[in-house]
Every structure is written in C-alpha cells, then in structure tokens.
Write a protein of this length. Structure first.
Lengths: 254, 295, 940
C-alpha cells in the first residue's frame, strides 16, 4: 500500500486563490469542526484553557509580507493543508502502509488503525501538512474530506470539502486537476497557478493562484488625467459651465 | 529538528551494537563460550536496546510489527526487516559460538552483512528526506556506517583497524559538518520557493497561523545557538574520536590497564557519538520551518 | 501487482438531525445548520438558503460548538460575597435573584426612576430592552452604539436616510470599483467577504483606504496607507477634483438631493435654513419656468444654478455653497497630500478612476419605475462605484463630518441607490423625519414619555432638564454632543461615579464587558466601580449584570443574572431592530433553543419579562393586572407594536399567510423554524433601486409595515438641523449653549461637511498613531474562552512599522514601553512593513484579566496579551481653563478610540520582562477552569 499507484484516475485537489484570501481562518476552524467529529479520531487539543494551548489542525493560514523592489510592501494570506502530491514522499516513507494514496482520486490518507505514530511521514512532508495527534498517537492530515465528497447522506451541492464550502471569500476551489477541462484546471491555466517548492519534486496536486499585480493606479494617471481636466479655471466659470451642463440634461433646453 | 532522546539513544546504541555484531560476524574476535557470551550480550544489548528505545516515540508501539511490511518502498521498513534479519542470523551464529563452540562462517558473513545493512538502512531513513537538506547528502550514510564500524571495532578490540576506522569516521564527521552547514542554502529551497512568491520581492513571514504552538513547531523547529553548537562539536569530536584514538594508541603495560583504557575509549566514543547525534538532529533544518519564518 | 488500499466508508452518517437557527458568535446574524447527534451539537455549518451568508460561515461561527460547551459558562444566579472585583460569589436561586433585583428596582421606580441606568451591549433585542426601560420609566437607557459607530449611523441617516454598518451594502452584482475606508471586519463580516470575492472574480477593482494593510486591505488592488484621522481631507480633496472637472451627476443631484434647494440668506434667525413654503416644503427654482416652487411637484426640474432674489437679498441653492467651498484651493490634492500622507498624484488618480468608472462605465437596467414626482423612467442608470466604511472613519472625533463627506462624495457621483452603487437594506431608506426624537421625561411610577433615543432636529430636542442640565446620566443629547443618537455608554460609569449630572442607585448592564475591553481607561473604571463614599458604601450602590460567561465584568457586579448561550434560547432578529435584510429583501430571523441548557440559567429577555411582571410594569401588564407574557417567546409572538405589526414580520395572520402586517399567529415560531429560522420578503423588480424616490418601493414598504405612509425624501447634502444648532450658538432661539461650548458648536455643526484636526490637546511629544483592529477569527472578549479560536489569537503583539522598529532599535519579540498622555503599557512588539510609517496597532480585546473566562492564570492572554484601552481616557487632558472635554466626537459623542497618540521606547529584555504591563491581580473564577485535554466527539 505504501507504494504509490502508478497513476490515479483523477487528481482531486484544491486551488487556493491568494488574490482573494482575506486570512479569516474560516477554513481552519471549519476543517477542525468537521474532522473532529468525522474521519478517524477527533482532532484533540492539549491544555486548551491553559498557558500553552495547542492542538491538531489539518489546515492553517499563514501570512507573509512581500517587499517588492518598488512600492509598498504587500501582505499575503496563505492557507496551507495537504497538497495531495502526486509523488508523495509521505506515502513511500511510511513503514506500515498506513499512509496511502488512493487510486481513484489521488487523495492521500492515513489509515489510523495501522498507523504506529512514528512521525516519519511528517518528516518527509515539506509543507507541514501532517500533524501527530497527541491524544490518539496517530498521524492526522487533510483527508480532502473524503467522507464528504462522495457522501450520499449529504445533498449534492454539499459534496465538497468543508473548508471550501465555508470559505466566505470564495478563495478555495475544489475539483479534478487531472482533467484539463475541469473548472479548476481552467482557473489554474488562466491565472498561472503555481506549485509550492517545485524543486522538491513532490508534484503537488493543489495549486496556488498568485496575487494579481498591486498598486498600479498611480501609473494609470496619464490615462485618467484627461478625465479630470477642469471645466473652468475660475469659480465664476464653473457656474457658467454648470448652466450649460444643466441645459444638456435630458429634458433640458436643447 | 527536535532532538528527541529516544532517537538519539536509538541511533547511538544500535549503531554501536550492529557495528560490534558486524565484527563478530566476520570473526573478529573469533570468541566462543563465556567470552563470546559476554561479547554477544553487549552487542545484542546495544542493538536491541536501541531498537527498543526507538519504539518509545511511537504513538502505537503495540502495532510496531506492521512496520516490517513495507520494505518495498520504505527505508524505515527495510531497516526493521534488516534489523530483525541481522538479529536472527547473528543470534543463530551466536548460539553456535557460545554453546557449540563453532563458527558457522557463512552465517557469520551473512549476519555481518545484515548488520551493516541495518546501519545503512537506518542512515537512509534520514538521507532520503529532501525536506532536511542537512541529511539529504551522501555523507549521511558515510557518517552512520563509519561511526558504526569505528565503534564496532573499538568494542571488538580490533586493534589493527580500530585506529584507522576512528580516523576515517572523524574525517567523515568533519566533512559532514562542513557540508551540512551549507546544505540548506545550496538546496535552493527558501521562503520564496516555499510560497511561490519569491519572484515578487523579498518574502518575510508575518503573523504565524496560530499563537499557540503545534506538533510541527515542536518537532521540526529547533534552534541551536551558534556558539553552543561550536562548543558541542568540539566536545563531540574530542570524545568521539580524538580521545579514543589517544587511549588506544597510548602504549600501556599490563592487561588490566589496557582493558581499562579500552573501556574508557569505548565510553568516550559513546559519549562523543551521542553528542554528535544530538547535533545531527538538533541542527537539522526542516524546510517546514521556512513557513514559520524559522529555520 | 494491483494497488491495495483499505475499503473506506465514504458515506458515513452525518447527523441525526439538522436544526436551523441563527449564529451569534458575532452580530452578523448568519444562518446556521446545527447538526445534532445523540441530542448534542456535532457540527455547525452555514445555511445555504440564508440571505445573509448563503452557506458560508466564518471561523467564529464554526467554533460555536466550543462556545456552547465553554467551561466559562455561568451556571446559576450569583450574589457577591467578597468585595467588588474579587470574583467571590455564592450561587442563589432564581427566585432569590429576582426578588433581590426587584427589591432594588421597585423603590427606585417609585421615587426617582432616573436612578436606574440600564445599558446593554451588542445585543440584538434593543427594541425589546428599550421597551422595558421605557415602561420602567428611566430616561437612562441606551445600547453600545455610542462607543461603537454612532458617527456612521447618524451621518448616514441625516445625510441620506440610511447608513453603512450592516444597514446597507454595495451592489455586489454590478459594482466595478469598490472603495473601502477604515474597515477591518465590520458587522457584515461574511457578506463583505462574499462580496469582495464576487467582485474580484469579475475583475473589479478594490481600493483599500487604511493605515494598515491587512485583511481586506491586503487583497485590495490598491492600498492607500492614509494618516489616521485625515480621511475627511482626502475625500474633500477628491470632491474638489471631481467638481472642478465637472465629473458629478447633475441630473441625480437636481432630482434627488437638496443641492437645488434654496438657502435663506437673510440675516436673522432663519439665516442658513432651507427656504420652505407654508406647508414646510423645501423650495427650489424650476428650470422650466424659472419660478420658485416646492421641490416635489410633478414636472419640476429643480435648478442647481439659479438664484432667487428677494428684498435685495440673493438666496442661493445649496449647490452654490458647495461649489464655493469645495472648489477652493485648500482642498487641492497638493494642499492636502502631506497631511494625509498620500501623494497628490495618487489622490488625482483615484478621483480619476472614480470618474471613469462612474461615468464611462455607466450602464442601464431595463427596469421601469416611477418617481415621487410622478415621472416614469424606462431605465435605471447604473454607476458601478460602491463605497463602504466603518470605524476607521467613525472612531475619530471628526468622524461624523468625515462620514458625511464620504456620503456627499457618493451622492455627487450619483452612486447611492442606483445599480452598481451603494444600496440600503430595509427598513432603510428612512429619512430623519421618520425617526423618533429623543425622550427623557421621567415621572415616578410612570413610563417614559416616549422612546429614549432618536434624531434631534434642533436644540428643542436636546435632553435637557428645565435648568439646562443634562437629563440623562450619559449626557447624551446635550450641547456637548447634540446628535448622540445612540447615547454614550462609555460615559455612564464615570458620570455615575462622579455623581455628574446626578447620582444613581442601580446600574443594570447586559452583555457588555465594561470593566475591561469596552471601556476607555480600564484601570480607572475598575477603581470607579469599587470606589466607596465617606460612609464606606459603594459610590454606585447596586450593580446588576447579565452575562453568559465568566467575564471580567462579572467580578464587579453585586448580582449576576446568568444568561443562556445562543443555542439555548429564543431571540428575535427583528425588522424593528437590526434585522437580516438584504438590499432586495426584507428579512428577519429567530434563534430557538436547539439544545436545552444544562445549567440553572435563563434567557435574559425572559428574565426582563419576569422582572417586569413582578413589578407589574405597565407595558407588560394587562388591564386586569395579569402578565401579558410569560417569557420572551411569548412576547415575540404576541406583542404588537402597532396593530398587526410585531417583532417578526413573517408568517403573520391567523394561518401564517401574511407578511409584514397581520394578526398574531400562535404558530409563528414553529413556522420560522420550519423555514430555517428566518423569513424573507423580496422587493419586487423595479422597486429595488432608487428606493427613496421610487413609488413602487414606497408602496411595498408601507405594505410591509415599514412606514405608515410613503416617505419619499431628498438626500441632505446640506443638513439643516445642524444649522439650527449653529444659529443657537450665534445667539438665536431660547435654548442657548453654555458659553464654553458656544464657539465649538459654531465650528463643528457645519451643515456642509468640513474637516478638522483631531489631534488632542496635551499630545505634545506623542507623535505616533495607535490603533486597534478586530481579528476576523475572534469576537471582542468572547472568543478567548473558545478552545479553538484562542489557539489562533492567544496573544497580541504591538505591530510597529519598519521605520519605527529601526529608529527604536527594536526586533521581533522585544518589549517596548508605550506611553500616551494618559498612561503607560509595556508590551511585546513585532515588525510590520505593510503599515503606515507613523502608526502602530494591535488586535482588539485579546488581553484578558487573570482569572477571567475560566482560563488558567498563566494564559498568554493574561500574561502577554494586553489592551490598548489603558492608554485611552474618556476625558481629554485638561485645557488651559482646567476643563476636561470628553474624548468624543463633539457632534455625536462617538468615542474617539482612534485619536490615540503615543510614544515608543524599547523596554527591558524579554528575560527580565515576563508579563505585559499593567498586570492586575487575578479575580477569583466563579466557574473554575477548563479541562486539560479536549477530544471532542459526540457521535458513537
Ligand atoms: N471578527 C469580528 N468581527 C466583528 C467584531 C469583532 O470583535 N470581531 N466586532 C464587531 C463590532 S462591535 C464592530 S463595531 C465592527 C467594527 O468593524 P471595523 O469597522 O472593521 O472595526 P475595527 O476592527 O476597529 O477596524 C477599524 C479599521 O479602521 C482602520 N483605521 C483606523 N483609523 C483610521 C483612519 O483614520 N482612516 C482609515 N481609513 N482607517 C482607519 C484600522 O486600521 C482598522 O482597519 O466589527 C464587528 N465585527
Ligand atoms: N481599544 C479599543 N477598545 C474598544 C474598541 C476598539 O476598537 N478599540 N471597540 C469598541 C467597540 S466598537 C465595542 S462594540 C466594544 C465591545 O465591547 P463589549 O461590548 O464589552 O464586547 P464583548 O467583549 O464582546 O463583551 C460583551 C459581554 O457579553 C457577554 N456575552 C456574550 N454572549 C452573551 C450572551 O449570550 N448573553 C449575555 N448576557 N452576555 C453575553 C460576554 O461574555 C462579554 O462579557 O469594545 C469597544 N472597545
Ligand atoms: S476561509 Fe477562505 S478567505 Fe478565509 S482564510 Fe480560508 S481560504 Fe482564506
Ligand atoms: S503535502 Fe505532504 S502530506 Fe500531503 S501528499 Fe504532499 S508530502 Fe504528503
Ligand atoms: S506516522 Fe503513521 S502514517 Fe506516518 S509514517 Fe508512521 S506509520 Fe505511517
Ligand atoms: S479538504 Fe477537508 S480535511 Fe482538507 S483542509 Fe479542507 S476541510 Fe480540512
Ligand atoms: S460572521 Fe461568523 S460569527 Fe458572525 S454571525 Fe456570521 S458566522 Fe456567526
Ligand atoms: Mo462595536
């Protein structure tokens, strides 16, 4: 099982739009809520009301500042969960076969009944997508909500990951990235979707849409300036202009 | 990386244990009876103690047997298989030596090979991790193998090769440190590639995703002060290689003193290797730290 | 070899049942699906059918499960046993609690009802709580709006009969340019995110005006890192540029605003008032005839340009005054650039883009409509520029005028209530005239003479006693802040403590953490609450407080009335209050007990009814002295404000078939529950824009019970009531301002927007602006008890711009001493580059007092977290004459949180400095602390 399948029928994954993510953490908590109650052991919290609270989460939202050579620094919110890599090192390192990649959709999962909690898969993941649950002693990771996306007990519209369903800004998209005609693939093509740490050869399925260019309005002043040409230099002149302009209104003198 | 005592103990002890088994397997020394019993007891004690220690950090040690199943892809599984193989083969071989006064040479050689293979597979668990550039180098297996052989030779009292092996291990250690210090930089992975934002400007981690701590930070983010690390390296190198060399090369009179010196050399080596292992883990930068603005 | 993998159940059972109700992890009022397993809450998700959130949910909303199970929940009524502030209580029964409360309240009502001050926080039952207070007879009632965003509410209502907050919204479907001023999160949390996401998808441009580039501003296409307090100047400068270029919507201005209305120029008590006919209708000159005529006559084309000469006096229209003022060079971009910290070129570019999108990208919807003059229009013209603003503009002492300027900008561009622009949500639009005026006449054993809060039209509506002294404990509606439409909750404790304007007997508060994050000068407030007079009695004799959790404020009360959590009670999110409407629908909602409380707690509204019943308050009692309602649910269904109009507008009439107006329906709550906890009534097409002037909308609104008769009106670019205050200050009329306020009233009550410096006296040497922002994943103080949310924001560094970090030799994690004219705090700092160079900020309300919220005493919130509130005083430093003026907007009394100026110095190294300063001794926790580990799972 620990061997990766040669290929998967589909490549289900997330596309995250860094141009729209406002960093609200809605996806983080929705994920925590769904996965605490559902797949496998609950996501536990240690010292939840104490001095050093910590707990297991499958999705976290970082934030980065980018200082371009010219202009203002930018702030970018950066959600991150398992990228369901095609060449998932976390699967091949697993000694027990607990970690596996599904053939039908490429989802990388942990079989909690087999996991010994050795942590090696987390060591091998460049993205920090796996967290060992301290209460249960097993490895936790994003399941791509495998217990939602095919769940016949849910209405069809809701057969999407919890984090996608909840994202208020619509910054998270879910679909088959193996199908070039899917909405997500088109979005990736259109917006130049990118891989994280491509040099590590993990071939992530999840893609990130880069922020659009920012702070360009001042450069547009040449186009906009003619719009702002004064109608008159003198305040008196303004009244003259006004009179003429009023005549031109619908129902006016001419 | 968080320098977990269990892994430090495991890699230190089992490396030494399998090193000794290797020498015993190739008949160095070719002991039998009670003497053999003592030797094998030490070797198995170290190797098994190490393996046992390694299960301490498991969430579910009772399922540890499952770790033997994925030898086709997993170095950790292969390590398990090799270790079990080495222990069984060398166990049989030891039975022969202790109780039957016989050396089944072929079995010994197979056991020796499996012992070395165990050390090698252990090293590959770390070497394979592209996420930790400091480990992801050919020098990593060299470190594990050379340390194991040097330690084994010391314990086995293989006077002829021990100094050479110690010297080689020391040299490998220095090379490993020198190259390792540059590994993250030269790996090409940085916050720019981690976020994909690198071509827009200088990227800096701003607010962390949570003010509380988490598994990743505890496991992967560990910063050792430069000065502290330098000092520890001196200690590790001195205790691990210099002192043992001096101790075994110092000409002494009398078997007792000689044995005392050899024992001291072994203890010193053990302490040095433990220190080196602590550094091996504590200084290893996991790329996930980049996401947190840490290394 | 074939790939092997475990067989997985991909269709596990999700829940036994879904109960649909309304979220209350904040005041946004999203609809939620509460998934139940074994009778317990298993998972909370957004309700897709709900008009507010359409399925999405924020972090707080999803974390509701940790809130209803929080260890900090109060368990039973409590009576204080230790000194105030200690947190020592004993639990008592409800019977005892109600008897004690009535024992305090009833004598006060018989003797001097104003000695009860009843103030509520961000609850959503203000129409009910005010009804209670009115029945009781005290003038001293308000909710939290005064320290929150009253500038926005009043500026919006006086100018255009509707405001930002959650009372209006951009036309997200059509807008192409969205300007956001001073918003970090706002009440419309999810709708704003959904809207921004939607318009970004369309490629529309978002411009964020904010000293801090986080959250919405981080994803804005252009960021304007303005100097705090200068938005007014920036906006007026854009008005200058646009007017000068003639890029204004003259047709819109002449038809729908008071720009063409003539201003009386004759010297005397009418000077500056709008000219009116005998019926009080505003007069314009009809461009068709050149004659003076009431503005609303059929066929009239109000002239923006023509003047009216009479008796040698030239009366000019409002628009003339605007041109004269805003075309002046003082508003040129070059003149304001330095003050605002925005290059002149940028100001011009943004103004240019506004003009381009408003006029060059104008579009039409084929919706027919008829305006109030009877003119039929075949199309609706869309100007796809929308703006929104909140506390960044509001929480400054010039916020009212700045917000007015913003509305004037919107109106000049013709983008209010048009496709693509800013749209009101019912019950708005609603002109000032349709709002009540304030009432303050209290008589023993008698209800108040009318509603407490309202909109003054002139000095005659001030809440003053015969002798001119303030009638209200918070001094709302006085010369200090004439238009304080929401009261001044932040002044209640300090006035009551000082006995100024008078002493009170009982302070009754609900859902407001007044001894901590909602007060300025927190330490001072704690002292006032515990201060004793010469007899050793507390200066504020009785404090009753209702909270659901063990907050900081609990420790300072004498009697605690513990509330339920939001999933355990009935609530009513009513059209009479802060409903869940959208721009094209009137909607309201309920909460209902989806779980039963496991503690001895009661919904506060029900407790108010029980208190009223014990006191037999008039509004709550039938002729035969029996109680009208037994609990809040009973009230929601059976109370009628006017015949046929009650708290809920849906499912009225005997069989639930009527909407808006209709008889009481005993099954109403069940029908709401069946419908998902809410009710929506859509505005018909053609009535959905131009609402203030659209007869179809007006008729629909009357049918819904929003108005009694159509209320078309003009937007008030020129606010006449303000001029009335100026006239008083100029010596006209009976009610005169006290001498020390005369000049200020003249200056600030300008009927056309102005900008003035908010820099406070005593600020010399304090040069850095200090702000707070709401974290999206945390609601004020409530979030901290939440095991999931507090992992995200468990402490709050002070974010310092790169330049100030360098200048002060600071590095991330260092500690700094921050001083204001009022106080000093020592806190950890962190660098932020995307920040105005002269501004520091932190997350609001993360800091906690030790012992509160069932947290352990070493909780990072209490050791590393901090409040900026210690640096902010409710009064400004003394002026030359020894007077201390309120730290508030002089027009509305809005607390000026964001006028704070500080200085920074590096403090001792972290190793010496373990705790943020000031640190307070722990309060005892009446509920203990929480468990050491959580493994939450209610299924299986
Ligand atoms: N998640 C969450 N949501 C909430 C709340 C919460 O606590 N948490 N609280 C609710 C309440 S009670 C309220 S009142 C609303 C308030 O919602 P917001 O109006 O968003 O209030 P603040 O978070 O105070 O944000 C004020 C913003 O104004 C900016 N600012 C400060 N001064 C200036 C200035 O001079 N000019 C400009 N242009 N910007 C300025 C600040 O940088 C900050 O971004 O949010 C409500 N929604
Ligand atoms: N420095 C600074 N200070 C500020 C602001 C700022 O921007 N900067 N913003 C100000 C603004 S706009 C506001 S609105 C205030 C908000 O300040 P507060 O109104 O004090 O808000 P909360 O902290 O949410 O406290 C409300 C109280 O209600 C309690 N509560 C929660 N749920 C329930 C319930 O269901 N029933 C009952 N009975 N009680 C409940 C909570 O436990 C808490 O004690 O803070 C103000 N303070
Ligand atoms: S919910 Fe959406 S907007 Fe919020 S942090 Fe997650 S991805 Fe970003
Ligand atoms: S992101 Fe990490 S855990 Fe997920 S598949 Fe890739 S390597 Fe494995
Ligand atoms: S922690 Fe579990 S899933 Fe990860 S490598 Fe170990 S056994 Fe496999
Ligand atoms: S897909 Fe599901 S498991 Fe993965 S991050 Fe989203 S909510 Fe969490
Ligand atoms: S914004 Fe969040 S907390 Fe507020 S009501 Fe909506 S879901 Fe609940
Ligand atoms: Mo507020």
């Amino acid at each position: 099982m620990t061997e990766l399948p040669n290929s998967t029928d589909r490549k289900m994954g997330l596309v995250i739009d860094l141009d729209t993510c406002v960093g609200c953490h809605a996806c983080v908590i929705s994920c925590k809520g769904w996965n605490t109650e559902n797949y496998g052991a609950p996501l536990s919290d240690q010292n939840p009301y104490g001095g050093d609270p910590s707990g297991t989460f499958l999705n976290r939202v970082h934030s980065y500042e980018v200082q371009p050579e010219q202009g203002h620094a930018q702030l970018i919110h950066f959600p991150k969960s398992c990228l369901h890599c095609e060449d998932a090192p976390c699967v091949t390192v697993c000694p027990t076969g607990a970690s596996y990649k599904r053939v039908e959709d490429g989802i990388v999962l942990v079989n909690e009944d087999h996991c010994i909690g050795c942590g090696l898969c987390a060591w091998s993941c460049p993205y920090g997508a796996r967290e060992l649950d301290l209460a249960e002693g097993v490895m936790k990771k994003c399941t791509l909500c495998v217990d939602r996306i095919y769940n016949e007990n849910l209405p069809e519209v809701d057969r999407i990951p919890s984090c996608v369903r909840t994202c208020p800004a619509g910054a998270r998209h879910f679909g088959d990235l193996g199908d070039p005609d899917s909405d997500v693939s088109k979005l990736v093509a259109e917006r130049g979707g990118m891989d994280l740490m491509p040099e590590l050869g993990t071939k992530p399925v999840n893609k990130y849409l880069p922020p659009r260019p920012k702070d360009t309005i001042e450069e547009e002043i040449d186009i906009l300036a003619p719009l702002l040409a004064p109608v008159a230099e003198e305040p008196q002149g303004f009244m003259g202009w006004l009179d003429k302009a009023l005549d031109k209104l619908p129902g006016g003198a001419n | 990386m968080h320098p977990a005592p269990s892994v430090i103990i495991f890699t230190t002890l089992s490396g030494l244990g399998f090193g000794l088994l290797f020498f015993l397997g190739i008949g160095q020394p070719a002991v039998t009876g009670t003497v053999a019993f003592v030797f094998y007891a030490i070797a198995f004690g170290l190797a098994c103690g190490g393996l046992l220690a390694s299960t301490f950090h498991l969430g579910h040690p009772e399922r540890a047997w499952r770790a033997l199943t994925q030898w086709k892809s997993s170095w950790l599984s292969r390590e398990g298989v090799c270790a079990v193989g080495a222990l069984i083969v060398m166990g049989l071989y030891a039975l022969g030596a202790v109780f039957m006064d016989s050396h089944w040479t072929l079995l010994g050689w197979i056991g020796a090979a499996l012992s070395l293979a165990t050390v090698f597979t252990t090293s590959m668990i770390y070497t394979q991790l592209k996420t930790i550039p400091r480990w992801n180098m050919e020098l990593t297996p060299a470190v594990f193998l050379s340390f194991s052989l040097a330690g084994g030779a010391l314990l086995a009292g293989a006077e002829a090769v021990a100094p050479w092996l110690l010297a080689i291990a020391g040299a490998v250690q220095l090379a490993y440190w020198a190259k390792g210090d540059k590994a993250l930089e030269t790996s090409g992975t940085n916050l720019g590639t981690a976020t994909g934002l690198g071509d827009r400007g200088a990227v800096r981690a701003f607010e962390p995703p949570h003010t509380g701590s988490n598994y990743l930070l505890r496991e992967f983010v560990h910063v050792v002060g430069r000065k502290h690390a330098q000092k520890l390296r001196m200690i590790a190198f001195t205790l691990g290689f210099v002192l043992p060399l001096l101790l075994i090369l110092t000409p002494v009179q009398g078997l007792v003193i000689k044995h005392v010196f050899a024992a001291l050399a072994v203890l010193s080596h053990l302490a040095g290797i433990a220190a080196s292992r602590w550094l091996f883990f504590a200084q290893a930068e996991h790329v996930v730290g980049l996401y947190y603005g840490k290394r | 070899m074939t790939h092997q993998q475990p067989i997985l159940d991909t269709s596990p059972k999700v829940s036994d049942e879904i109960r649909k109700t309304t979220c209350y992890m904040c005041a946004c009022r999203c609809g939620i699906n509460v998934h139940m397993k074994n009778g317990k809450v298993a998972y909370i998700e957004g309700n897709r059918d709900h008009p507010v959130n359409k399925g999405v949910l924020c972090a707080k909303g999803s974390a509701g499960i940790m809130q209803v199970n929080a260890p900090s929940r109060l368990k039973a009524p409590m009576l204080r046993t230790g000194p105030r502030g200690s947190g020592q209580f004993k639990e008592i029964t409800w019977d005892e609690a109600l008897a004690i409360a009535v024992g305090w309240l009833e004598p006060v009502r018989h003797e001097a009802p104003e000695q009860l001050a009843f103030f509520t926080g961000r609850d959503q039952s203000q129409s009910f709580t005010s009804f209670w207070a009115q029945s009781y007879g005290t003038p001293n009632y308000a909710a939290h709006g005064g320290f929150c965003s009253v500038n926005m509410a009043t500026a919006g209502i006086y100018t255009m009969g509707g405001a930002f907050w959650e009372f209006g919204q951009p036309d997200w479907e059509h807008t192409k340019l969205f300007l956001l001023f001073g918003v970090a999160e706002d009440h419309d949390s999810n709708p704003i995110k959904m809207g921004i996401g939607k318009i970004k998808k369309r490629g529309a441009r978002v411009i964020g005006v904010n000293p801090i580039r986080s959250g919405y501003n981080a994803i804005a296409d252009d960021w304007v890192g303005i100097t705090p307090g200068t938005d007014g100047l920036f906006i007026l400068s854009m008005i200058h540029v646009l007017m000068k270029a003639g890029k204004i919507d003259l047709d819109y201005l002449s038809r729908y605003t008071n720009a063409p209305v003539l201003v009386n120029a004759s010297e005397g008590p009418e000077k500056g008032l709008l000219m009116r006919d005998a019926d009080g209708k505003m007069l314009v000159i009809d461009r068709n005839t050149g004659k003076l005529t009431p503005f609303d006559q059929p066929g009239v084309r109000p002239d923006l340009s023509a003047v009216y000469e009479k008796d040698g006096v030239t009366h000019r229209p409002v628009f003339h005054q605007m041109a004269e003022r805003y075309l002046a060079d003082e508003y040129a971009p070059e003149a304001v650039a330095d003050k605002c910290g925005i290059p002149a070129k940028r100001i011009r570019a943004i103004a240019g883009e506004l003009a381009r999108v408003a006029f060059d990208e104008a579009f039409e919807l084929d919706h027919e409509w008829t305006d109030f003059r009877g003119e039929k229009h075949t199309k609706m013209i869309g100007r796809p520029v929308a703006m929104h603003s909140m506390r960044g503009v509001s929480a400054h002492a010039n916020g009212f005028q700045t917000c007015r300027a913003l509305h004037v900008l919107q109106i000049l561009l013709g983008t209010v209530e048009v496709p693509g622009g800013f749209r009101f949500k019912p019950p708005y639009p609603k002109p000032v005239e349709a709002h009540p005026t304030p009432h303050c006449k209290s008589t023993p054993d008698t209800p108040l003479d009318g509603p407490h809060l309202g909109f003054v039209r002139g000095p005659e509506h001030l809440a003053l006693k015969e002798d001119g002294s303030p009638a209200r404990i918070d001094k709302a509606f006085t010369w200090e802040n004439p238009m304080s439409a929401h009261g001044l909750m932040h002044m209640v404790i300090s006035n009551a403590h000082a006995g100024d304007p008078y002493k009170i007997d009982t302070l009754f508060m609900y859902m407001a953490n007044m001894s901590w994050n909602s007060s300025m000068n927190t330490k001072g407030v704690m002292e006032m609450l515990t201060d004793k007079d010469e007899n050793g009695d507390y200066k504020i004799p009785h404090i009753i407080y209702s909270d659901a959790y063990s907050s900081e404020m609990v420790a300072f009360a004498d009697l605690i009335l513990p509330d339920t959590t939001y999933l355990e009670r009935h609530d009513c999110i009513s059209l009479l209050d802060r409903p869940i409407c959208e721009a094209d629908a009137a909607a309201d909602a309920i909460r209902w007990p989806v779980i039963e409380p496991d503690r001895d707690v009661r919904g506060f509204q029900t407790v108010l009814i029980q208190l009223a019943n014990r006191m037999k308050l008039p509004g709550f009692t039938n002729e035969d002295r029996t109680a009208k309602w037994k609990d809040y649910a009973d009230y929601i269904v059976n109370h009628e404000r006017k015949p046929g109009i009650g708290p809920l507008s849906g499912f009225r009439g005997e069989d639930g078939s009527k909407t808006g107006r209709g008889e009481v329906n005993p099954e109403q709550l069940n029908q709401y529950i069946e419908n998902g906890g809410f009710h929506v009534a859509h505005i018909p097409e053609g009535a959905d824009y131009y609402k203030p002037w659209n007869t179809a909308y007006q008729d629909w609104a009357v049918g819904m019970g929003l108005y009694d008769s159509p209320q078309p009106y003009l937007f008030q670019l020129y606010v006449e009531p303000m001029r009335k205050f100026q006239l008083a200050a100029e010596g006209h009329g009976e009610r005169q301002p006290p001498e020390h306020l005369r000049q200020r009233v003249k200056d600030v009550m300008d009927p056309l927007p102005i900008w003035y410096e908010t820099d406070q006296q005593g600020n010399e040497g304090f040069t850095v602006n200090a702000l707070t922002q709401r974290p999206m994943a945390m609601y004020h103080s409530w979030g901290t008890q939440n095991a999931w949310l507090r992992q995200l924001h468990g402490r709050n560094p002070l974010y310092v711009p790169t330049k100030l970090m360098r200048e002060n030799n600071l590095q991330d994690g260092d500690w700094a001493k921050i001083t204001s004219p009022h106080g000093e705090i020592t806190v950890p700092v962190m660098e932020m580059a995307a920040l105005n160079d002269n501004t520091v900020w932190t997350w609001n309300a993360i800091g906690k007092r030790k012992g509160a919220w069932a947290l352990e005493e070493d909780a990072p919130e209490a050791t590393k977290g901090f409040l900026l509130n210690h640096l902010i005083h409710e009064l400004l430093p003394a002026k030359g004459d020894g007077m201390r003026w309120a730290n508030s907007d002089p027009i509305t009394g809005q607390a000026a949180w964001f006028d704070l100026k500080v200085k920074i110095e590096k403090a001792a190294a972290p190793s010496d400095m373990q705790e943020s300063q000031p640190a307070f001794p722990a309060q005892e926790s009446p509920v203990g602390t929480g468990p050491k580990e959580l493994k939450w799972k209610v299924g299986k």
